[in-house]
Design a protein around this ligand. Structure first.
Ligand code: HSE
Length: 340
C-alpha cells in the first residue's frame, strides 16, 4: 500500500513511529506491507519519492528540524496540494492542524485526494464537522473509503463502535467527556494546581490544541459532538449552531464544593434526538462520582451511549496524544487494506 502523509507534526510522526515499530508484526499478522511515497509538512516542506522513502531517515530529519528538501534522491514540491495532485498514492493520511471555523486547508486536501481516487483517513475535526456529507458522497462516487476514527476520542474506537459494532441498535443519546485537556485541567485543579499551571502542563504533554481557547472554551468538544451529530444521527448543524460553554468559569472553590457533595465538574458533550430533531450541546455539568463518567480523571475520555438494545454502554480510553491519535490512522489504514 502506497501511503502519502499530509501533515507530519505530532500525529503524523506518532503514526510513523508506530509503522516502524510494528512493520514486521503487521506483515506477519495482517499481510500488510507499505511504502511511504510522500510527506507534506507546512514547516518541513513536501517530499515525493515514487519508489518509497526511508521513513526512519525522514522522521529523524523532521525531529532534527531539517527541511525535507535535503532528503537525498527526493523530488521536492512547493506545497501539499501540488504533492496530492501529482503523487500516485493509494491512501492519503491527513493530519494537518484543525480549524473548526473553516475546515481549511484540510478540506481542500481531502477533496483533492478523493477526486484523484485515493482513499483518505484523517484525524482532522474541521472537515468532518463542516463537510462530512459532501466528502463522504465524493468518496462513494469515486469508489474509495473516507475514514476518520481519530477525530473523536483519538484511537479509542468510538466511531467503529457506533457505526459497526452496535449495528441494529437504535442509539438515542451519546454523552461523554470528549476533551482530554479540560478533563486534565479539572483533575489537576481538584488536586490543588492552579488553572494556569494545569493548562501549561496539558500543553507540554501535547494534549492541547494549537490555540488553547479551542479546548478551554469547549470548541474542540463542540467539533466532536457536531461530528457525532452528523455521522451517527444524520444531523445537519455546524459547530457553532449548538450551545457551548467551556470550563473557564469553574473556580477551585466550586470544584471543592462539588466534591464535598460527592460530585465532580466534567465538560460534557452530548448529542440526542428530540422527535425528528438532532440536538447537541457542550457544557460543564456536576456529575455524580458514582456515575461511570464521574470517575474519569486526567486526559482520559469516556462516552456513555444509550441504546434500545443494551441500555447504557460506556467506553473509556485515551482521547488525545501522539501515539494514541497516530494509532487511529493505523486502524483506518488496516480497514482500507481489507482487514476487519
Ligand atoms: N485537544 C484535544 C483534547 C486533542 O485535549 O482532547 C484531541 O482532539
Amino acid at each position: 500500500m502506497r501511503l502519502l502523509f499530509v501533515g507530519f507534526g505530532t500525529v503524523g510522526q506518532g503514526l510513523a513511529e508506530l509503522l516502524l515499530e510494528k512493520e514486521k508484526f503487521l506483515a506477519e499478522n495482517y499481510g500488510f506491507e507499505f511504502k511511504i511515497v510522500g510527506i507534506a509538512d507546512k514547516i518541513m516542506g513536501s517530499l515525493f519519492v515514487p519508489e518509497g522513502l526511508d521513513l526512519e531517515k525522514a522522521l529523524k530529519m523532521v525531529k532534527e528540524e531539517r527541511s525535507l528538501a535535503s532528503y537525498p534522491g527526493g523530488e521536492y514540491k512547493k506545497d501539499a496540494l501540488s504533492l496530492i495532485k501529482e503523487t500516485d498514492a493509494d491512501v492519503m493520511l491527513e493530519a494537518t492542524y484543525t480549524d473548526i471555523k473553516t475546515g481549511e486547508p484540510a478540506t481542500s486536501y481531502i477533496r483533492a485526494a478523493l477526486e484523484r481516487g485515493m482513499h483518505v483517513t484523517t484525524t482532522n475535526k474541521g472537515p468532518l464537522a463542516l463537510y462530512y456529507r459532501e466528502l463522504a458522497d465524493l468518496a462513494i462516487k469515486k469508489g474509495v473509503q473516507f475514514l476518520f476514527e481519530g477525530t473523536v476520542m483519538s484511537g479509542t474506537p468510538i466511531l467503529n463502535l457506533l457505526r459497526e459494532t452496535l449495528a441494529g441498535s437504535n442509539i438515542t443519546e451519546i454523552k461523554g467527556i470528549l476533551n482530554g485537556t479540560t478533563n486534565y485541567i479539572l483533575t489537576r485543579m481538584e488536586e490543588g494546581f492552579s488553572y494556569e499551571d494545569a493548562l501549561n502542563k496539558a500543553q507540554e504533554l501535547g494534549y492541547a490544541e494549537a490555540v488553547p481557547d479551542a479546548d478551554v472554551q469547549g470548541w474542540d468538544a463542540l467539533a466532536k459532538v457536531t461530528i457525532l451529530a452528523r455521522v451517527i444521527f444524520g444531523g445537519k448543524g455546524n459547530p457553532f449552531d449548538y450551545p457551548c460553554e467551556g470550563i473557564t468559569k469553574i473556580t477551585a472553590g466550586a470544584i471543592a464544593d462539588a466534591k464535598d457533595r460527592g460530585k465532580r465538574f466534567k465538560l460534557i458533550g452530548k448529542v440526542w434526538r428530540e422527535g425528528s430533531d438532532v440536538k447537541a450541546s457542550v457544557n460543564p455539568e456536576e456529575v455524580d462520582m458514582s456515575h461511570p463518567l464521574g470517575g474519569i480523571m486526567g486526559a482520559t475520555n469516556a462516552m456513555t451511549i444509550t441504546t434500545d438494545t443494551l441500555g447504557e454502554v460506556t467506553i473509556v480510553g485515551p482521547g488525545a496524544g501522539r501515539t494514541e491519535t497516530g494509532y487511529s490512522l493505523l486502524i483506518d489504514i488496516l480497514k482500507i487494506n481489507g482487514i476487519k
